[in-house]
Write a protein that binds this ligand. Structure first.
Ligand SMILES: [Fe+2]
Ligand SMILES: [Fe+2]
Length: 159
């Protein structure tokens, strides 16, 4: 049986959330490990991959949500859901701001440089990871199910 295009989109979006979670966990572990020993070559490579992921794939993911997921919910008639989506839009701005500070530090690490303060980096990673995790949880539990329900309603209404 063919998979409906909308189901594939939700699978891809959920998969991206999974990738974000694993990159965040890996990033925290790498930074924690730097407290006791410098980053080795494998660690540098991993940090580089994490930096590339959040600079490209994650940004595209947020843009897709802003374009296709949020507007139908903001145009709906559920005040609590609208407030949640507005909060998530704000989160995207905060995530971007945090990332703009964090990204050059991670790029430096990936290139074998460490001109920054480790405690500051660890704090930046902690804030970024917490913000992302709260954001992903709200999307997984509220926004994606609500968007999916609207698509089902729309499909049934057009049958
Ligand atoms: Fe998002
Ligand atoms: Fe998301």
């Amino acid at each position: 049986m063919a998979i409906a295009p909308e189901a594939m989109i939700f699978t891809a979006m959920a998969d991206c959330h999974g990738q974000m979670q694993s990159h965040l966990t890996a990033l925290e572990a790498l930074v924690k490990g730097m407290e006791s020993s410098p980053l080795d070559a494998a660690g540098q490579k991993r940090i580089g991959a994490i930096e590339a992921f959040f600079s490209s794939t994650a940004r595209q993911h947020h843009a897709l949500e802003e374009r296709y997921f949020f507007p139908p919910l903001l145009a709906g008639d559920e005040p609590d859901l609208i407030a949640t989506v507005r909060g998530l839009q704000q989160d995207h701005g905060w995530i971007e701001e945090n990332w703009i500070e964090l990204s050059p530090q991670l790029s430096a690490l990936a290139s074998g440089n460490n001109w920054f303060d480790l405690a500051e980096l660890a704090h930046g990673v902690e804030v970024f990871a917490e913000l992302c995790r709260l954001h992903l949880e709200l999307e997984d539990t509220l926004v994606y199910p609500a968007t999916r329900a609207r698509l089902v309603d729309l499909a049934e209404a057009t049958l």
